[in-house]
Ligand binder design. Structure first.
Ligand code: GLP
Length: 245
């Protein structure tokens, strides 16, 4: 893959020639999604170019989503991920959405515990200052691609023990007889900050979607207040519109 970089694309800057060789290797399947790239040093040696040039080419490919970098473990060919098309008119859970598409769901816990509510949580959930709130924060992963960070707050009255949740929050709520039946969702654009971008394995500043969901029980009581950030390159939200007043 790297041996002929110098002979290819005469005239073009070396980092672009290296970039092209890597892209070609990915498109002809010589490098597969998830494959680890050799170290910068090894690439530089086999292509007989400087490490600075190698780094520039890799950075470029990371920015374009061809490669991903994981702290401490190296550079990999990005997993192939089709954009997820998500209906805006049905109340579903992440687990249900991904299962319907035949994708494997995994979550990494970022936080779970019972806390005194923040003013924002008190407002959204209609809690008094004495009430407690269960927080459930997860990085949500489908087929090994991190798609979203979800930070859910549930009144501890409905969910006293966030540690008892298995893989699905909605399944846990359903088991306790408080599955939401209606929700209001607000979506807005954002640029991902360093910490969120690192978790989602994209470059800081990449496009993201903030999604806030407040969901209700049949009684009209708020059961869930969730703030999520989704990868902008992975989601299309689709709604059916009808002519009407
Ligand atoms: C969606 C919603 C969240 C909700 C979650 C529950 O992703 N945006 O507001 O908390 O589903 O998903 P699960 O039941 O898989 O934990």
């Amino acid at each position: 893959i790297f041996a002929h970089v110098k002979q290819s694309g005469a005239g073009a800057p070396l980092y672009l020639r290296l970039r092209k060789s890597i892209e070609d290797a990915v498109s002809r399947g010589a490098l597969l999604p998830g494959d680890a790239l050799p170290s910068e040093r090894d690439i530089a040696a086999s292509a007989d170019i400087s490490r600075v040039t190698v780094r520039k080419a890799i950075q470029d490919l990371v920015q374009h989503g061809v490669l991903v970098q994981r702290h401490g473990s190296g550079t990999f060919v990005a997993p192939r991920m089709e954009r997820v098309e998500q209906s805006l008119s049905r109340l579903t859970s992440f687990t249900e959405d991904m299962a319907r598409r035949g994708l494997d769901v995994r979550s990494v816990w970022l936080d779970r515990g019972v806390y005194a509510p923040s003013p924002e949580e008190m407002m959204a959930l209609g809690l008094s200052a004495e009430a407690m709130v269960s927080r459930v924060s997860r990085l949500r992963i489908a087929n090994d691609t991190p798609l979203a960070i979800e930070r859910a707050s549930i009144s501890a009255g409905f969910l006293p023990d966030p540690n008892a949740i298995g893989s699905s929050l909605y399944a846990a709520l359903e088991a306790r007889g408080c599955k939401p039946v209606r929700a209001v969702q607000r979506i807005s654009a954002t640029n991902l900050g360093e910490a969120d971008a690192e978790l989602l394995e994209v470059t800081p500043g990449s496009a993201g979607l903030n999604i806030e969901r407040i969901s209700y029980l049949p009684s009209g009581k708020v059961v869930e207040f969730t703030r999520s950030v989704y990868r902008g390159d992975a989601y299309d939200f689709v709604a059916e519109l009808r002519l009407g007043t």
